[in-house]
Write a protein that binds this ligand. Structure first.
Ligand SMILES: C[S@@+](CC[C@H](N)C(=O)[O-])C[C@H]1O[C@@H](n2cnc3c(N)ncnc32)[C@H](O)[C@@H]1O
Length: 271
């Protein structure tokens, strides 16, 4: 059965506000991998589990046609409100049943999403829709994030780690795939031309408000909020206070740097 943790309208609007686009490092990796296997112009890309479209709209300049899909109508609704590109459409549907013709797709992406899908069914669906030599790119950030600011990085990261500890009881079983760097999903990809790139470190400038906002998009925070709303809100307030104390500032517009490790699976369907 599908795991439905991203359905609420409030959660979707947090997504629209605080999720970031896939880092340039990962985009470069994908387009260089594709460039070695397919010739331009690229025709059709499908971004599965697209949320509010942050991972989808980056594909607009590269493809004639792009489809973003997500099981949550609330997420699709936010994506459609945000975007108006003639070559981009969205559809609310499960990853395991995509409204896409056989052998029609150059690239299938899933950003911070493939671990939520039924791996076996999804990989069959990807194989059905990919053209020969078509590529897949499944990537995500992994939980060991660090918050950096001058000589305060250790203290800030400790606060962030404490948040992750507090959220630990609410981590869904599927997040196991993320913690293990998508190893099992990689092994399940049925193609010989495949690679798993680990430890792609990305340093993202963010305000304290953006770090706190991002934290509230995490599925484990949303599960905590559902189970214990008061405690969950207190956690955000306490974290904000600690960040401001450590930084010796009074505004959440203060800038820090969030360091994230990412993993990316790349593969290409045989001819
Ligand atoms: C962590 S979010 C990532 C969203 C977006 N790709 C991003 O990077 O911001 C995971 C998304 O996968 C979607 N999802 C979960 N299970 C799904 C399924 N079986 N089929 C399609 N989408 C699914 C959720 O609704 C959610 O929007």
């Amino acid at each position: 059965m599908a795991t439905r943790l991203f359905e609420g309208k409030a959660h979707a609007s947090y997504y629209q506000k605080f999720r970031f686009s896939p880092p340039q490092e990962i985009q470069d990796l994908i387009f260089s991998y594709m460039g070695e296997r397919l010739t331009k112009p690229y025709g059709f890309a499908v971004d599965v589990g697209c949320g509010t479209g942050q991972s989808t709209r980056i594909l607009v300049p590269y493809f004639e046609k792009i489809l973003g899909t997500d099981i949550s109508p609330a997420q699709i609704d936010e994506a459609e409100k945000a975007d108006d590109f003639p070559n981009l459409t969205y559809s609310a549907c499960p990853a395991e049943e995509l409204p896409v013709d056989d052998a029609s797709v150059d690239l299938v992406t899933a950003c911070a999403a493939v671990h939520w899908f039924d791996t076996e069914k999804f990989l069959k669906e990807v194989d059905r829709i990919l053209k020969p030599r078509g590529c897949l790119a499944f990537f995500t950030y992994v939980p060991d994030m660090e918050v950096h600011y001058k000589d305060r990085s250790e203290q800030l990261t400790k606060v962030f780690s404490k948040v992750q500890d507090a959220l630990d009881p609410y981590v869904n079983d599927k997040v196991y795939h993320v913690k293990t760097g998508y190893k099992d999903i990689f092994d399940a990809i049925p193609y010989t031309d495949k690679k798993r790139v680990e430890k792609i470190t990305v340093k993202m400038p963010m305000t304290v408000a953006e770090v706190l906002g991002l934290m509230q998009t995490f599925s484990m925070y949303q599960s905590f909020l559902k189970a214990e709303p008061e405690k969950a809100k207190e956690l955000v307030v306490a974290t904000e206070q600690r960040f401001l104390e450590i930084l010796e500032v009074s505004t959440t517009e203060a800038k820090v740097e969030l360091w994230m490790n990412n993993v990316c699976l790349l593969a290409s369907k045989p001819e």
